[in-house]
Every structure is written in structure tokens, then in C-alpha cells.
Design a protein around this ligand. Structure first.
Ligand SMILES: Nc1ncnc2c1ncn2[C@@H]1O[C@H](COP(=O)(O)OP(=O)(O)OP(=O)(O)O)[C@@H](O)[C@H]1O
Ligand SMILES: [Mg+2]
Length: 229
């Protein structure tokens, strides 16, 4: 099932130096049940692409469909609701709140929705369990390893049960062992039916991908995995 589709999407940034096309005429479909890898050199437009898919920015031209609905022309408030309901984000810097424990960080998006305490607790436990981090739930971020922090960040992204999980360099600060654990978790989420898109510089992530696209100078191309491996 297709969950997101960018059609003829451009992103043009206005700067003091003039207009800059960060993404040109991009057509991309994202499907439930797949792990899509997005590769490409620094400055090529990967984060821009992920931000478009995540409804964090609007395309300058073109359209974005999420779950069959056009969202690019929605008012900000409704776009924010689509984002909250449908999308989970995982970033390179884990973006955990330092004074909160692992469990409190995971519970945070649910608290913002005024959910009942018992339900928050149950959903938080489930998410922590899914990424095998329950035993560390009472620790603060600084008491966790990089890989553990990233698993908490993944638990926080999936606690709202979003259909789409978007990750920007989620393994960049991790050693080989932690990288494997994090990628296995993301792969399992895809196999469980989520649409997972991962931006990376790291060729080691290729083996986890169902599909690979490359962004170069703002142009998106599908990559044949076999020719890279
Ligand atoms: N808010 C902005 N205003 C102006 N230009 C921007 C803005 N955001 C990004 N750009 C430019 O758009 C281009 C693409 O940026 P983007 O962050 O998408 O690259 P990236 O592929 O994610 O790079 P990296 O691998 O280094 O993270 C870059 O040349 C960048 O300078
Ligand atoms: Mg980037």
C-alpha cells in the first residue's frame, strides 16, 4: 500500500544570494512494509526530501499525498495534525530531553495528546519493549550508550503508532554493533507494516534496504541495489 507520494515536487529556498533549488521535479512513492534508503552526497537534498515527506516543509511546486490525501495545501494547523498522527521522526542527534528518563521521553508525545495516564503507561511499555530497551527505562539519556539512546528515540517515534517513520542519519554516531541493532529494529518495523525511510551516508546500511534512491544535486533517482553491492 502506498502511504506517501511526492509528485513533481520542487523545493526552492530563497536566500540573500537568490533562489536555490534544493530539490527539482521529484517523484517519489513510499510504501507500507518497506525500508527505503536515501543516499547521496552532502548538500544534495536528502534532508530536504525527508522534510517534505514529513510535512515539516511545503513543496514550492508540486504535491504531497499522505494516505491518499493531498496535504501540501492544508493550513499549518491541519498539516501539523497529519504530522502528529502519521509520522514519527528519528534524527542523528537523538534529540532526547535530557532531564527526562527514557520512559518519560517515550511517553512525551502521548502526554501532549492528553491521553489517560494508564494508557500512556501501557503504550510506553509496549514501545520500549519493541526496541528491547525496557531494562533501561528509568535511566536518563546521559546514562545510556549512543545505541541505547537511539533505540529510545525510535521507541518515541513509534509510540504514537505512525504509519511512516522517517530517519535522518540515525546511525551516524553509532559503532558497528549499535548500528546493527538499530537497523534491525527499523527493518522489523518495516516488516511489521510501517513505511520506513532512512537517510544515510553509510554504505553498510544498504543490506537492510528494500529499495534505494539516490539524491544528487537535488535530483532523485532510483538505484539498482545489485549494481552497488
Ligand atoms: N533553509 C534553507 N535555506 C536555504 N538553503 C537551504 C536551506 N536548507 C537547505 N538548504 C540548501 O539546500 C541544499 C540541500 O540541503 P540538505 O540539507 O537537504 O542536504 P543533505 O543532502 O541533507 O546534506 P547532508 O548530507 O550534509 O545532511 C544545500 O545546498 C543547502 O545549503
Ligand atoms: Mg542532511
Amino acid at each position: 500500500m502506498m502511504i506517501a507520494r511526492l509528485k513533481n515536487a520542487n523545493k526552492i529556498y530563497e536566500t540573500q544570494a537568490g533562489k536555490f533549488t534544493a530539490l527539482a521535479n521529484c517523484n517519489l512513492e513510499l510504501y507500507e512494509g518497506e525500508l527505503l534508503l536515501i543516499i547521496g552526497p552532502s548538500g544534495s537534498g536528502k534532508t530536504t526530501l525527508l522534510s517534505l515527506l514529513g510535512c515539516l516543509i511545503n513543496p514550492t511546486e508540486g504535491t504531497l499525498e499522505i494516505d491518499g490525501k493531498n496535504v501540501d495545501d492544508l493550513p499549518d494547523k491541519e498539516m501539523a495534525k497529519v504530522r502528529l498522527d502519521t509520522i514519527g521522526f528519528v534524527f542523528q542527534q537523538f534529540n532526547l530531553l535530557a532531564p527526562l528518563t527514557a520512559a518519560e521521553n517515550v511517553a512525551f508525545p502521548l502526554k501532549m495528546r492528553n491521553m489517560k495516564t494508564a494508557e500512556i503507561k501501557q503504550k510506553t511499555e509496549e514501545a520500549l519493549k519493541k526496541v528491547n530497551i525496557s531494562e533501561h527505562k528509568h535511566k536518563l539519556p546521559k546514562q545510556l550508550s549512543g545505541g541505547q539512546q537511539q533505540r529510545v528515540a525510535i521507541a518515541r517515534a513509534l509510540v504514537t503508532d505512525p504509519k511512516i517513520i522517517l530517519c535522518d542519519e540515525p546511525t551516524a554516531s553509532l559503532d558497528k554493533h549499535s548500528l546493527e541493532i538499530v537497523m534491525k529494529e527499523l527493518k522489523e518495523l518495516a516488516e511489521g507494516g510501517k513505511a520506513v525511510a532512512v537517510v544515510t551516508h553509510d554504505p553498510r546500511l544498504m543490506e537492510y534496504a528494500d529499495r534505494v534512491i539516490e539524491v544528487e544535486n537535488g535530483i532523485v533517482n532510483e538505484v539498482n541495489k545489485q549494481t552497488i553491492n
